[in-house]
Design a protein around this ligand. Sequence first.
Ligand SMILES: [Zn+2]
Length: 240
Amino acid sequence: MLEQMRLLIKLQAVDKTVFLLEKEMEEIPRKLEKFAQEEKEAGMEFEKLSTDLARLKGQRKTLEDETETVKLRMRKAESKLMSSTNQREHRAAGAELDEGRDIIKSNEDIILEIMEKQEALEPKAAALEAAFNARRSAHAAAGEELARRQEEALKILREITSNRAETESLVDQVLIREYNFIRSRRQGVGISPVSKGNCGVCHMQIPPQQFNELLRGDKLMHCPSCKRIIYWADNESLHA
Ligand SMILES: [Zn+2]
């Protein structure tokens, strides 16, 4: 029995690490997906504001161009006004100048409103862009770290599992099936050391009579609470 337990303890040391590393690696694609999603959202927010700003800029340009055209027309109307010799031409040039002044005034008012909007939005857009860039570079660094960690985990897995099969082959078939069954349902842990009368994994107390039996170490026993295979942690011959 002792030799069998010694082998299971050896297997468990490997299997616990395998369990944790595999769990960690399973998380990696989810983490990367989360990064991508966050980046996409931050990018969309920034893009929306940029589009708003571009539209305002376009509106302002149209109005400024129109103002320039009107000013040009007004200069011609002014010279006509100076040079005209008849009343009709004089009146027409005067009306054109009035109309031009109205358009320019109206455009200037709208341009002012647009400028106020631009001034309010520009710092927001700059902040969003900075936040987006910061997030992207943080994600890039984190992604590299994850890739490095994955490589490291695979290396450890290869190393520690290289002679696992050999150890497993030395364990009694029934026992190994039971051990594998328990650990597959109990967070990768199928065997638990009992110290000072308590299960080392679930920490529940082992009834005194069972603990006494466990000290003898001559039969297979289970934690009454978590059902893991138990062994007496202070049995020095197990760790020899
Ligand atoms: Zn237990």
